[in-house]
Design a protein around this ligand. Structure first.
Ligand code: ZN
Length: 316
């Protein structure tokens, strides 16, 4: 390397040196290797930020808990004066036991009820159970007071059983209700509160096959009908009735070929807000609500019976 290629270079110490090109290259290489970025901390990754956030939140929570515990520990106790000690009554153990005993659910025939409820589940209308859409279905009183059975065992008495001459698509083979057995004269009661919308007192009913009957519209728009009754209570169309109210007696009007029974039917309205004695309805099987109904004692139903009943019209 020739001397004339060198250039004067002032060092950091103030000395003048003669640097060749190679000297400058070495220095530049050293500067390039040690870029400032190499000495900066690594920028935090999103994961690191999340973990840090979690740690901060957890420590804040711990601080709050510890703070409250400390506050609780440090809170002064309630002043116990002689006055409030005297006024504090001892725990009423006996009264509490008595309340618990009274709250016990009345016993029913659980096994039968469970089997029947499993056999007759409440159907769905869309995504909801039908008794969510129509709340009056939830707490029926069984229409036949004192009945030993919630539903008849015989298939021919069920909804959808074969009946000749009835054309309702929703009623299966023709039977649009359930035939409930019972002795003639047994009090029939309303299943839920509602308004009387039809009373038919002629021996055969308007269609020659319903007999004497009462039709009730409930507050959610559902309708129930009670057919083949011998006596009908003194009711007027438009009159309010309560659940369990006496409507008439189980009978055999327009019953020709079977034992006396109550033909009981349930209809749901086709349109929201419709009311009155409408036929714009759909019959549905009342069995799921009958098997969940409460049975009114016959004596209670008789007690609510009015003294006056319509005289029977002569049979023809
Ligand atoms: Zn029937």
């Amino acid at each position: 390397m020739a001397l004339h290629e060198g250039r004067p270079f002032v060092t950091a110490m103030g000395a003048v040196e003669l640097w060749h090109r190679v000297c400058f290259d070495d220095r530049d290489a050293l500067v390039t290797r040690s870029t400032p970025a190499d000495f900066l901390p690594t920028p935090p990754t999103p994961r690191f930020i999340r973990v840090l956030g979690g740690v901060v939140a957890a420590s804040m929570l711990v601080s709050i808990v510890v703070g409250q515990w400390t506050w609780g520990e440090m809170a002064p106790p309630l002043a116990a004066s002689i006055a409030n000690v005297e006024l504090t009554a001892p725990e009423p153990v006996s009264a509490r036991l008595f309340d618990t005993a009274r709250e016990r659910i009345p016993s029913r025939i659980v096994t039968v009820e469970t089997e029947l409820e499993a056999r007759y589940p409440v159907p769905l209308r869309g995504a909801d159970r039908l008794d969510e859409k129509f709340p009056s279905l939830r707490a029926w009183t069984h229409p036949v007071s004192g009945t030993p059975e919630l539903m008849p065992a015989q298939g021919s008495r069920h909804f959808g059983a074969q009946r000749i001459g009835i054309e309702r698509a929703e009623c299966g083979e023709g039977h649009c209700g359930v035939d409930l057995d019972g002795p003639r004269g047994r009090p029939i009661v309303a299943v839920a509160a509602g308004t009387v919308v039809r009373i038919e007192l002629s021996e055969l009913g308007l269609d020659g096959r319903s007999g004497r009957y009462v039709r009730i519209e409930h507050d959610d728009g559902t309708l129930t009908a009670y057919m083949h009754m011998d006596d009908v209570a003194e009711l007027r169309v438009g009159e309010r009735v309560t659940g369990g109210q006496y409507l008439g007696t189980l009978g055999a009007t327009a019953v020709f070929s079977s034992a006396p029974h109550l033909h009981f039917s349930l209809e749901v309205p086709l349109h929201a807000g419709q009311h009155g004695d409408t036929t714009d309805t759909r019959y549905v099987d009342p069995a799921p609500y009958l098997v969940r109904a409460t049975i009114a004692p016959s004596s209670t139903a008789v007690a609510s019976r009015r003294t006056h009943t319509h005289p029977l019209k002569p049979a023809f």
